[in-house]
Design a protein. Structure first.
Length: 95
């Protein structure tokens, strides 16, 4: 799958404090939605701890234009109350 999500296990931050998204190659909004659900559950499962997010799109192709606003809006509306800072790196296209 071209969109993946995992805890940042770099050892540079406290365990289970940053969710790390990785986009590689060509991806679609169905993959985004599936991974967004997983990331949501990961965040909710750690409440009340603040969970930051890093979205690494440096290995990604262009962001698909069709459906972008709808998927981002849905994701933001479901934003868990313990969401901290969100950093997006390397986005191209719509973002």
């Amino acid at each position: 799958m071209a969109v993946q999500v995992a805890w940042d296990d770099s050892g540079r931050v406290p365990e289970k404090s940053i969710i790390y998204w990785t986009f590689t190659g060509v991806w679609n909004w169905k993959e985004f939605a599936e991974v967004d659900e997983i990331a949501y559950e990961m965040s909710v499962g750690m409440m009340p701890a603040i969970i930051d997010v890093i979205v690494d799109m440096t290995g990604s192709g262009r962001t698909p234009f069709t459906g972008a606003i709808g998927y981002f809006t849905r994701s933001l509306r479901r934003n868990p109350s313990n969401r901290g800072i969100v950093v997006i790196v390397g986005a191209r296209g719509v973002l």
